[in-house]
Design a protein around this ligand. Structure first.
Ligand code: AMP
Length: 294
């Protein structure tokens, strides 16, 4: 594995790999790599001749009072883990490389529109504008054949998929399932900030979402009742948690379901444990008129 900080140098490497007939996979991350990221890298490794992993904590997707400064960083560990998972090039640009005029000097942004309005978009104004813009930059710098993202960030996956479709970006977007701890907690770089007690209660996110999914599979269609079940579950099982939002949204449009769940949907949940904000989701797919039990 080699490490590159310069976008121009990276482009040259990628171009020469493409000239050798290799396909290129990109895995964008903010670092502090865990098994969720490594799964994306492993799949990229299996599907491409050249695997590029980017590590960049993107300032423009954090709100002014969010955890940009204290977001966990460990480039040494990232090097080791990325190499072991089969990365060819680790792209770890400085902020000046990604924002030559500084984040405040960036004039042109990607506006992801209505898919970015609800849930994370409502709770974190400007978040998806920052995400879409930095991903667009990374896709332009690397020019991969495929780019890999996790279902863990369900709305982000839709924002990126829509951006690529609506703006005719060339790569194929691959969305891979959420990787979890044995008890069900979704892996996240932020889990490291949970106290022991918070960590043991944090599994309630997954369990509440699983219960809600089961409820739908058993025939419940009322979005308010489904959300109430998730809230009640969290209040009971995770008293240290403070719910930011619970939502049931259409999987394609990311618009909250009004009244009745009838199409493929995501049940999404965001919860604060102290200053640590966790998100998770479950997907419910309808096969004809009934949701699949898979
Ligand atoms: P992040 O470093 O948190 O920005 O995540 C980088 C990529 O890894 C995003 O596409 C995430 O959706 C994905 N990711 C993060 N956590 C997980 C997980 N537990 N399972 C699968 N993918 C994940």
């Amino acid at each position: 594995m080699i490490e590159i900080e310069d976008a121009g140098a990276l482009r040259e490497r990628v171009l020469s790999a493409k000239c050798d007939g290799l396909s290129v996979g990109l895995v964008p991350t903010m670092g502090y790599l865990h098994r969720g990221h490594l799964k994306l890298i492993e799949v990229a490794r299996a599907e491409n001749g050249l695997v590029v992993v980017s590590v960049f904590v993107n300032p423009t997707q954090f709100g002014p009072h969010e955890d940009f400064e204290r977001y966990p960083r460990d480039i040494e560990g990232d090097r080791r883990r990325a190499a072991e998972a089969g990365t060819d090039i680790l792209f770890a640009p400085a902020a000046e490389m990604m924002y030559p005029d500084g984040p405040g000097g960036q004039l042109v942004w990607i506006d992801p529109g209505s898919v970015a309005e609800a849930m994370e978009g409502a709770a974190r104004p400007g978040h998806f504008r920052g995400v879409a813009t930095v991903v667009a930059k990374l896709l332009n710098i690397v020019q991969p054949d495929r780019a890999y993202f996790g279902q863990k960030d369900a709305q982000q996956a839709v924002v990126i998929t829509r951006m690529v479709r609506d703006l005719a970006f060339p790569p194929t977007i691959r969305i891979l399932p959420t990787v979890r701890e044995p008890d069900g907690l979704a892996l996240s770089s932020r889990n490291v900030y949970l106290s022991e007690e918070e960590r043991s209660q944090a599994v309630a996110l997954f369990r509440a979402l699983s219960e809600a999914k089961r409820l739908i599979e058993y025939g419940e269609r009322d979005a308010d009742r489904i959300k109430a079940l998730v809230r009640d579950f969290m209040v009971r099982e995770a008293p240290l948690g403070r719910i930011d939002y619970v939502e049931v949204a259409d999987l394609e449009t990311m618009q909250p379901v009004v009244e009745s769940v009838q199409r493929d949907s995501v049940i999404a949940l965001a919860v604060f444990f102290g200053g640590t904000r966790l998100i998770d989701n479950e997907i419910v797919r309808f096969d004809g008129a009934s949701p699949s039990l898979s």
